[in-house]
Design a protein around this ligand. Structure first.
Ligand SMILES: [Mg+2]
Length: 227
């Protein structure tokens, strides 16, 4: 009998390589906005994008606002008259078409699916994450994906986890493990909801937030001994 028969996996930067997808998507957004892609432009955009996602994690802005505002601010900084809506639309479509998995993610998901029930818990734009998941080789092994935009609440909010728990039969706080890379959404959410958590931390970042981490791994294959 597994220790944690129910596994809740974050998607971006836990199973999927977000930087790889984001780079391709940003380049596509540049192309329709009259810009030539460069790493410098990507870094400039990321300043606005990550600041807005942090605000989103704190519940200060909506997803709809965030996705347009990041491009509005980026274009304003550059002083160009490009359409944030078009840029975002192209960006999201390209993101959804990129299903680059992190090392060992496919092997680990396929192996654990034989003995565990696997779910995805993700803060994301629904159309992007659905498209990416469905195009991915791990799709058949994931019983259900809980996408924040569809639920109307996001990690680390209690209401998000209430929804997950109401829609997974048999799950309890003791028989599940949340696996994720983000301290502010995954680990904080698990702490506040009373779930065991595994921090996927391949870069060996420090836990500045002082959150409780039950397990810490740098390679997804380490899960075999934990779950
Ligand atoms: Mg993540």
């Amino acid at each position: 009998m597994p220790r944690y028969p129910y596994l809740l996996f974050d998607a971006d930067d836990t199973l999927f390589s977000f930087p790889a997808a984001n780079r391709v998507a940003f380049a596509a957004a540049c192309a329709v906005s009259g810009l030539t892609f460069s790493d410098e432009l990507l870094a400039q955009y990321e300043v606005h994008n990550s600041a807005l996602w942090r605000q989103f994690d704190r519940g200060e802005v909506s997803k709809e606002f965030l996705v347009l505002e990041r491009f509005r601010r980026f274009f304003a900084e550059l002083g160009i008259d490009a359409d944030p809506r078009l840029a975002n639309d192209v960006h999201l479509t390209a993101l959804g078409n990129s299903a680059v998995l992190l090392p060992h993610a496919a092997e680990v998901v396929k192996t654990l699916a034989r003995t565990h029930r696997l779910f995805v818990v993700t803060n994301a734009v629904a159309r992007v994450q659905k498209s990416r998941l469905s195009q991915s080789e791990i799709a058949p092994y994931i019983e259900r994906a809980f996408i924040s935009e569809e639920i109307g609440a996001a990690k680390p909010k209690r209401t998000y986890f209430d929804y997950v728990f109401a829609h997974v039969d048999g799950i309890t706080r003791d028989n599940c493990l949340l696996v994720g890379d983000s301290l502010t959404s995954d680990i904080l959410g698990a702490n506040e909801y009373g779930l065991k958590c595994c921090w996927f931390n391949p870069d060996h970042a420090p836990n500045h937030a002082g959150l409780h981490v039950d397990y810490e791994i740098a390679d997804l294959r380490e899960l075999y001994d934990i779950v």
